[in-house]
Design a protein around this ligand. Structure first.
Ligand code: PEP
Ligand code: MG
Length: 852
């Protein structure tokens, strides 16, 4: 750092680096190298600005000596990454009483007064730190206003306005350097990813006034639309103006291109217009970026003051990167690296328009992205009636249970008061692509009176219209303007390039034909987890399921299950047909059986009627089956071992569907997965029965088929004993939801209540149900991988918990040697991009915004 001069005149060959002088200084040097008409500029290094903040000024005379004696100057910030911001630019440094008089002759009195006035005003506010209100009474423009403002300055500061340009420049540099060190500026830039010690450079540039007697003015121009990213010449020009005034000037400002709505720069100054347009195109090619050009016309001559990266929405970011690659300006892999994978999911869903007013009435965990508007409903039944009437509705529940799944299907969005990232509502919401907010603990859920009360006490009733912004986790009153989803050609092109670079497979968690179709649409390479329990909540099946639970004997259970068999076979057949030979991993029944029993008195009465048994029998059975800790109770493989008829039926349905689907389509090799395993013996027992069912089906149909049996590793013991388990299986799929729950001893359904407090106090860096806990849960995963592979090197390894859809967790999965990750269908594009960026980053050393 010490060899870098504190101040450097920007020339084509000067030693200017973004890491020492900031992005703006570097960009200006590039413009100089392109021979663009850039005014003379001096760059101050980060070290120089640090010294200024500490009270040590650089050689001000030497800086001034770089410019002609009568030049006015401006100072602008130049942080390493332009997005990190910086203090406001100060224009017209050097204006004083004498310059006012001489410029009055050259530019006219009004223009000279205006230049001086603007300088005094911004100096007073940003350097002398006076309250902007002091100048409220000053009339706009003219010599009178100038006199008044100088008097106001003197009255407030007890000093005459500084007249010496050196003194002015020194004060400006000092105030800008100190502003960068201030706490709020530091927090602001850190929120944008800047490190705590990020440096600031400053550029001192000769002013081109933009005011005067010929055609003078300033404007900005860019070649694309910031919202869509599509080619569209955008910007404004304002005669007799400076800086970015043209953008705020309303109807006085000119359009750039000829426009039916009003006069344009193209008509006023055709040559200058053509030149800016050509320069912008040149900048795009040579700076390899879509740039906004800040320009000034002075007596008809064009000057380019600056080029900044065009501000862009998420969808514009994709289109701009893809267009640059398609035009051969950057290679496709660089386009892949330029888009932040986190924002990609925004494009898959409708969004609240960034410009829309937001009346926020509550907030919770942003569990499933996208936004939707509908009327409030408080029960699953009401959601279904609302959907039947064609009225979009938002389903509000304290928390959801499997009984609510049909209501969720009917709703356009879901809001719950409890739960975290892996709660029922969150998992189902993501699977359905339904905007969802869970754990909205600052709202009161009064389901009995069908009311929702905001933190400020506003009461909303059933039928009131609200909007769920699942991307931000905010509940909004009313119906703000929306932006439609944008899975357009640019999006598809970017993901196709990502797939070429990616080195880990990606499947989707899909339970229904709709999920499977979404998975196909997003090019998932198979289904990594089909949770079969949701299939039993269909009203037509629920009663049969309950009947099975009430059966006293094994044969009684088998008889009832035989009625579910054809339905389950149809379920799988449909999935196999949609997936057309891609792998489909079906998880055998997982939840505790009592989740299927009615808890309300009415429900129990209805069941007693349906089964023709006394209500007291129903109530007794429900009570008998209750568990103190159901998530650690009789569920998963424990049911498979103790009530084996359910798995027998499911295995038969899978195998029969396999043969049917393979007859008229691509051959299917189903994957059958056993959940919640903790001991090798569980696998042996279940495997023996499933092998027997497979043999029976093959014998009955006279046709053989292959299948793969695997184990879901979601208890810590299964991870630790993976070496014992792996030889009995073709694959191990790590269920990181339950594994996180059991590793922390933290209920996934209750953690949402205090998670934000825990994260705020730094107990956990992030919600471990959202971002994989690499240190603890990750350690178990690594042990499981290593031990599993040690006894079965061929075993396929994957992750199917919600973490599979999180870009931060993909890095871990690649390094740990997983073959694939499986995530909610709507996360598939995000993960395709994030995984590709890691692979490209490893080869090229580049870092994408996803991981900064
Ligand atoms: C898991 O536990 O990680 C998992 C994928 O299964 P579920 O979320 O259905 O418990
Ligand atoms: Mg699980």
């Amino acid at each position: 750092m010490s060899e870098i001069p504190l101040s450097t005149l920007i020339t084509a060959t000067a030693p200017i680096e973004a890491a020492n002088h900031g992005g703006r200084a570097k960009c200006l040097q590039r413009l100089v190298r392109l021979d663009l008409p850039v005014p003379r500029t001096v760059a101050l290094s980060f070290a120089a600005v640090q010294q200024v903040a500490a009270g040590e000024l650089p050689d001000i005379r030497a800086i001034l000596a770089e410019f002609s004696e009568d030049a006015l100057l401006c100072v602008r910030p130049s942080s390493e990454v332009p997005d990190w911001g910086g203090p406001s630019a100060i224009l017209n440094i050097g204006m004083n009483d004498a310059r006012y008089l001489s410029l009055s002759e050259v530019l006219g009195q009004a223009a000279a007064a205006s230049l001086y006035l603007r300088f005094v005003q911004s100096y007073a506010v940003h350097v002398a730190r006076l309250d902007p209100d002091v100048f409220d009474d000053v009339e706009d423009g003219g010599p009178d206003a100038l006199r008044e403002i100088l008097q106001a300055y003197e009255a407030e500061t007890d000093e005459v306005f500084p007249q010496d340009p050196g003194e002015q420049l020194a004060a400006v540099l000092r105030s800008m350097a100190r502003a960068w060190e201030g706490t709020s500026a530091r927090l602001l830039r850190q929120a944008k990813g800047a490190p705590a010690d990020a440096g600031l450079g400053l550029v001192v540039q000769e002013m081109i006034p933009g005011l005067g007697q010929g055609e003078c003015g300033s404007g900005v121009l860019q070649l694309v639309d910031s919202d869509s990213g599509l080619p569209q010449l955008t910007g404004r020009y304002l005669s007799q103006s400076q800086g970015r005034e043209a953008l705020g000037a309303g109807t006085e400002a000119l359009f750039l291109e000829k426009d039916a709505r009003g006069p344009s720069l193209e008509e006023l100054a055709p040559e200058a217009f053509a030149r800016i347009k050509a320069d912008a195109a040149l900048m795009r090619v040579r700076l390899r970026e879509e740039m906004q050009v800040e320009f000034v016309i002075q007596n008809g001559a064009l000057h380019i003051l600056d080029g900044v990266r065009v501000l862009r929405s998420s969808r514009a970011a994709v289109r701009i990167a893809v267009a640059l690659a398609q035009d051969g300006i950057i290679p496709p892999h660089e386009a892949v690296m330029r888009v932040d994978a986190h924002v990609l999911s925004e494009l898959l869903h409708r969004q609240v328009a960034p410009s829309a007013a937001r009346d926020v009435i509550g907030a919770g965990i942003a569990a499933s992205p996208g936004a939707a508007t509908g009327q409030l409903v408080f029960t699953a039944a009401d959601a279904q009636s609302s959907a039947a009437r064609g009225e979009p509705c938002v389903l509000v529940r304290r928390e959801t249970s499997p009984d609510d799944v049909r209501g969720m299907h009917a709703a356009v969005a879901v809001l719950t008061g409890r739960g975290g990232m892996t709660s029922h509502a969150a998992v189902i919401g993501r699977g359905l692509g339904l905007p969802s907010i869970v754990g909205a603990s600052n709202m009161t859920f009064d389901s009995r009176k069908k009311r929702l009360i905001s933190a400020s006490g506003q009461v909303f009733h059933a039928g009131d219209i609200v909007t769920i912004d699942g991307s931000r986790g905010e509940v909004l009153a009313g119906e703000p303007e929306m932006l439609e989803a944008a899975e357009d050609d640019a999006f598809q092109a970017l993901l196709a390039w990502a797939d070429e670079a990616r080195d880990i497979d990606i499947r989707a968690n899909a339970d229904t034909p709709a999920d499977a179709q979404t998975a196909r649409n997003f090019n998932a390479q198979g289904i990594g987890l089909c949770r079969t329990e949701h299939m039993f909540f269909d009203p037509g099946r629920l009663t049969v399921m309950r009947e099975m639970i009430f059966a006293e004997t094994s044969s009684g259970r088998a008889a009832v299950l035989a009625r579910l068999l054809p339905m389950q076979r149809e379920d799988f057949l449909e999935l196999f047909r949609i997936m057309e030979g891609l792998p489909v991993c079906i998880r055998l029944f997982d939840p505790p059986l009592h989740e299927f029993l009615p808890t309300s008195k009415t429900g129990q009465r209805e069941l007693s009627e349906a089964l023709d048994i006394p209500v007291s029998d129903v109530t007794r059975r429900v009570e008998e089956m209750a568990e103190y800790n159901p998530m650690l109770g009789l569920r998963g493989v424990r049911l498979g071992v103790t009530v084996p008829e359910i798995y027998d039926m499911q295995a038969r349905a899978i195998f029969e569907a396999t043969l049917l689907a393979s007859k008229d389509g691509a051959p299917v090799v189903p994957e059958v997965m056993i959940p919640l395993v903790s001991a090798k013996r569980e696998v042996e027992l279940v495997k023996a029965r499933i092998d027997a069912v497979a043999a029976a089906v093959a014998a009955e149909q006279g046709e053989s088929f292959d299948y793969r049996l695997g184990v879901m590793v979601e208890t810590p013991r299964a991870a630790l004993r993976a070496d014992e388990i792996a030889p009995h299986t073709s694959f191990l799929s790590f269920g990181t939801n339950d594994l996180t729950q059991m590793t922390y001893g933290l209920s996934r359904d209750d953690a949402g209540r205090f998670m934000s407090n825990y994260v705020q106090q730094g107990v956990f860096p992030e919600d471990p149900f959202h971002v994989l806990d690499v240190d603890g849960v990750g350690e178990l995963l690594k042990l499981g991988v290593q031990r599993g592979r040690s006894t079965n090197p061929e075993v396929t390894l994957s992750i199917c918990g919600e973490h599979g859809g999180n870009p931060e967790s993909i890095a871990f999965c690649r390094e740990a040697g997983f073959d694939y990750v499986s995530c909610s269908p709507f996360r598939v594009p995000v993960v395709r991009l994030a995984a590709a960026q890691l692979a490209i980053g490893e080869k090229t050393g580049a870092v994408s915004p996803t991981y900064t």
